[in-house]
Write a protein that binds this ligand. Structure first.
Ligand code: BGC
Length: 441
């Protein structure tokens, strides 16, 4: 076998602290943290984001997560946004096929490192081996802060990324509030100085690498149903401008995009379906109806079944009680509006069903198991691939009510606790995903 293309996520990490105190996997720093700032021997306090440092097993910090490297060319955040100086060059030709066909999906080395470290912590040999096998299952890499991909050698690889750094991100919740703010030049930072242009420049360097992107989870869905939330109303224009810019620039370098479309229990309700279809179609047209904008991603980081054997009682009243019903209902309305969308569906944590008290519960749902493995054998011509978008084992949000990013959903009785900050490793949760995996690992 030829060796796989090698990518590295470039990111900054703080120097490791060495004195022992906090337990392995415990928090050891971050905004508002007042507890121990050093770790027991055998683990290293590693900054994962501004809000969270964690004791990670090993004396050396693992490859850092995609977090902010210092900018190489000083973006001094001018107040008047200037358009990009260089437009992407060359005109890529879209494939008429499913984007995954003929490509090998790239395995994120960051997730593999997380999984390997986690498996090493499991004493039961059978469970540990099952856990380790998760490192071979491709997930998406979330570019949830300023971070870039780099390549040294190559072959026909497909890289799956999540574009997730809008200013005033996560406007209707608190757990994943981001690094850019609208008030502080967020749109120009996102488009030109710190995020999209840089991502596009990196992608453009490696034309033989196919990139598939999920665009900004929750953002457009929030504009469909949550404009009564002040932060979402304020963010509406900025979200639309930034998503438009991202779609155009990514299409220009041949990235296949799927806009996030919430899930059956959000936009699948009859009252939301048509407004959602109108918004997605409008965004598609505003971005030039590029054939690289393939369609929509559903159930990202959620827990719904693609096809439920029987409707979960919490879905009562919604004829679209699973993702397949939702997709089958949405696709024709999109088509009518001029958007011939196809879909991808996250099933990474959907192995177990009927776990939630409310359909809207989204945070670290207790008892969840890894779900159907990624495959293009989806059984539906509307679905390009079943995917794992949320890397299972990474947390949805902290249960620490004194954290600035505490969201009450993460303190509900059906949310696993204690839970660390969003995006950081949640060992106990990962172990349950492994043991409850369906199909089994
Ligand atoms: C978090 C991100 C994280 C992603 C994948 C999101 O909920 O906000 O920080 O990268 O999940 O785990």
């Amino acid at each position: 076998m030829r060796s796989a293309a090698f990518f590295a996520l470039l990111a900054a990490t703080l120097p490791a602290l060495t004195n022992a105190q906090a337990q392995t996997w415990a928090q050891c720093g971050g905004i508002g943290w007042t507890g121990a700032t050093t770790c027991v021997s055998g683990s290293t306090c590693t900054e994962l984001n501004d809000y969270y440092s964690q004791c990670i097993p090993g004396s050396n910090a693992p490859p850092p997560p995609p977090t902010s490297p210092p900018p190489t060319s000083a973006p001094t955040s001018p107040t008047t946004p200037t358009p990009p100086t260089t437009a992407p060059t060359g005109t890529p030709t879209p494939s008429a096929n499913n984007p995954w066909t003929g490509y090998q999906v790239y395995l994120s080395p960051y997730y593999a490192t997380e999984v390997q470290a986690a498996a090493a912590q499991i004493s039961d040999a059978t469970q540990s081996a099952k856990a380790l096998s998760v490192a071979k299952i491709p997930t998406f890499t979330w570019f949830d802060s300023v971070a870039f991909i780099q390549k040294s050698t190559g072959q026909k690889q497909l890289v799956q990324i999540v574009v997730y750094d809008l200013p005033d991100r996560d406007c209707a919740a608190l757990a994943s509030n981001g690094e850019f703010s609208i008030a502080n030049n967020g749109q120009a930072n996102y488009n030109y100085y710190n995020y999209i242009d840089q991502l596009v420049a990196q992608i453009q360097k490696f034309p033989d690498v196919r990139v598939v992107a999920v665009i900004e989870p929750d953002s457009l869905a929030n504009l469909v149903t949550n404009l009564n939330v002040q932060k979402c109303a304020n963010a509406q224009t900025t979200y639309l401008n930034c998503v438009n810019y991202a779609l155009k620039q990514l299409s220009a370098v041949g990235v296949y995009s799927y806009m996030d479309a919430g899930h059956a229990g959000w936009l699948g309700w009859p009252a939301n379906l048509t407004p959602a279809a109108q918004l997605f179609s409008q965004v598609y047209k505003n971005a030039g109806s590029s054939p690289f904008i393939k369609g929509l991603a559903t159930n990202v980081a959620n827990y719904n079944a693609l096809s439920a054997a029987t409707p979960d009682p919490i879905t009562q009243g919604d004829a679209n009680y699973d993702e397949l019903h939702y997709i089958n209902a949405l696709a024709p309305v999109l088509k009518q509006q001029g958007f011939p969308a196809t879909f991808i569906v996250d099933q990474g944590r959907s192995g177990q069903q009927n776990l939630r008290q409310q359909w809207g519960d989204w945070c670290n749902v207790k008892g969840a198991g890894f779900g159907t493995r990624p495959t293009t054998n989806t059984g539906s011509s509307l679905i390009d691939s079943i995917v794992w978008v949320k890397p299972g084992g990474e947390c949805d949000g902290t249960s620490n009510s004194s954290s600035p990013r505490f969201d009450s959903h993460c303190g509900l009785s059906d949310a696993a606790q204690p839970a660390p900050e969003a995006g950081t490793w949640f060992q106990a949760y990962f172990e349950t995903l492994v043991s409850k995996a369906n199909p089994p690992l």
